[in-house]
Write a protein that binds this ligand. Structure first.
Ligand SMILES: Nc1ncnc2c1ncn2[C@@H]1O[C@H](COP(=O)(O)OP(=O)(O)OP(=O)(O)O)[C@@H](O)[C@H]1O
Length: 253
């Protein structure tokens, strides 16, 4: 790779893609979902990944989170190149170093809210920092709900449980995939406010895929993808600047 293409990977970079390529399928039906993506995500920053449908947002997130394997290039989490790891190591990395928030909450229905929050730590053989657990459950408004099962909680409450679960292990990065996609606007705003507070107050690194300019406006930075390539970025974005950038992206295609 040409050195000028290397992202500025320093101690301040939590996650990076370097010339990342992902091709699905072979021959005539092959799809180049990522076409040489190089981008870094800074520690203690909230970044949104945006772009048209099919631009490669989920693929990029999945490769950076060790949920999918890249065709070539590097997916770096701290000093670890995930593309060079076995499935066994990737499972451990996902469990111990990454927090996930998905559109569909992904809570285990037979466990209480508290058990769901603590499950990743338990699987990693670690115990919770009680102070952090209390801070998360109080600020997410879950204190009175900890003994409830997901089926007894609203969508917004379930997603707040998922956010607590993602944050309680102080992961190197939280990946959020359309975290407000199934929520009404008020519950969505609560989740986004909390994610952005976790960056400020806990120094958490958050990377979120979203279609919604309103959601992306909570981020410190927006990275735009188009056709599997980085198509631009915005710093300290607001709704209007994001909408304008998306429109420009649409017009360029
Ligand atoms: N498992 C797969 N097999 C084949 N092609 C795939 C697979 N997953 C994704 N693709 C293709 O790769 C490209 C990028 O998909 P990806 O889901 O990353 O885009 P996206 O930007 O997240 O889209 P959306 O906003 O619609 O969720 C698309 O053309 C998609 O059809």
């Amino acid at each position: 790779m040409h050195p000028l293409q290397a992202p500025d990977i320093t101690q301040a970079t939590a996650v990076a893609a370097v010339d990342l390529v992902k091709v699905y399928g072979t021959g005539d039906t092959a799809v180049r979902a990522l076409d040489g993506v190089t981008v870094g995500f800074a520690r203690a920053q909230f970044t949104a990944i945006m772009g048209p449908s099919g631009s490669g947002k989920s693929t990029l997130m999945h490769c950076l989170a060790g949920l999918d394997t890249a065709t070539s290039g590097r997916a770096l989490l701290g000093g670890t190149d995930l593309t060079a790891q076995s499935d066994r190591v990737l499972t451990k990395v996902r469990r111990e170093r990454i927090g996930f928030v998905f559109q569909s909450f992904n809570l285990l229905p037979q466990l209480t809210a508290e058990q769901n929050i603590l499950l990743p730590l338990e699987l990693a053989g670690r115990s919770a920092e009680r102070g952090l657990l209390q801070h998360l459950t109080e600020s997410l408004g879950l204190t009175g709900r900890l003994a409830h099962r997901p089926g007894e909680l609203s969508g917004g409450q379930q997603q707040r449980v998922a956010v607590a679960r993602a944050l309680v292990s102080r992961p190197e990065v939280v990946f959020a995939d359309e975290p407000t996609g199934n929520l009404d606007s008020r519950s969505g705003a609560e989740v986004l406010t909390f994610l952005s507070n976790s960056v400020r107050e806990l120094g958490q690194t958050v990377v979120m895929v979203t279609h919604d300019p309103g959601a992306a406006a909570y981020a410190d930075r927006v990275v735009m993808l188009a056709d599997g390539r980085i198509a631009g970025e915005l710093h300290d974005p607001d709704h209007a600047s994001i909408a304008a950038a998306l429109q420009e992206l649409g017009a360029r295609r």
